[in-house]
Ligand binder design. Sequence first.
Ligand code: NAI
Length: 329
Amino acid sequence: MTTTITLTGAGGQIGYALLFRIAAGDMLGPDEKVRLRLLEIPQGLGAAEGAALELQDGAFGLLEHVEVTDDPAVGFDGCDLALLVGARPRGPGMERGDLLAANAGIFGPQGAAIAAHASSDVRVTVVGNPANTNALIAAAAADGIPAERFTALTRLDENRARAQLAQTLAVPVDTIRRVPIWGNHSATQFPDVSHATVAGEPVAKALEAIVGDVPTWLDETFIPRVAKRGAEIIRVRGSSSVASAANATIEHVRDWVHGTDDWTSAGVVSHGEYGVPAGLISSFPVRSIDGEWQIVEGLEISEWAQARIDASVAELVEEREAVRALGML
Ligand code: NAI
């Protein structure tokens, strides 16, 4: 079988890190051929075309075809998986409202183009920031496509949280499970260890033995470290996260398509779960079953955790209101 994948921002950094892994079969597996559509703005076409030449030189057996375009109608034609990575970064002196408006001007038309040209069962993953609200805008513009098909990437945040726990506990990262991210992909996000396990045992007990006062460690060390990891990478590396963001995107799509054996995190549309207003694209603990994300329901949420969730969700509400006030939603 062949999957048609549209990547926006294909000439950018994350695009470059993603393309070769997709072509190598890391996202969909060794049996699925891929057709790539690289969608850029005119200034990015050269870089995307260069990447396309290198894809050719990779001689990937799974790669059937690559097309580079700046026309969304061509870019999204027959698209099964849309990876919306291209976005407008915050420029000097740009207010949050300006940023939201600039991105609404990108993600609204892209949502409409997806509805008009993509496969009816298209799956959309928004990476470009502000990812949750960009996904909301795209979903709102995509007449006829269920909002459940639009997601925002928060898997990188979850991976960062699991990695921090693994490092603190000095255990292999794959022994750490169930560390959902709640809310917005921003500094208000809530990485939640309340249900987390290490090698099947509650993480809280293991943490206590190492950090002592767990609530203080969570408030003062763990949560800020995870939430501000993006800024830490920029400070140390001199550039934002690229390969880790591409890796998380690969994992998000792979799990969505092929299913999960446990919880993970994704920004998905709320139907009112855990007090998150319906219609928002918020990060939740999710499972992927039969190709659909399902929010893990019925978890016991402490007052402290609910306050953290509510604070991040309040930011999502503000972003939605700001875009509505601009008449763009
Ligand atoms: P970049 O600046 O290297 O690349 C962005 C590319 O998007 C550029 O080539 C640009 O020409 C293109 N682009 C801009 N508008 C476009 C449009 N309307 N259609 C198609 N392409 C368009 O940026 P990078 O490092 O690749 O990051 C991309 C986005 O991912 C940023 O918004 C960044 O904040 C976000 N990000 C999200 C993460 C997450 O976990 N959700 C993690 C890391 C980054």
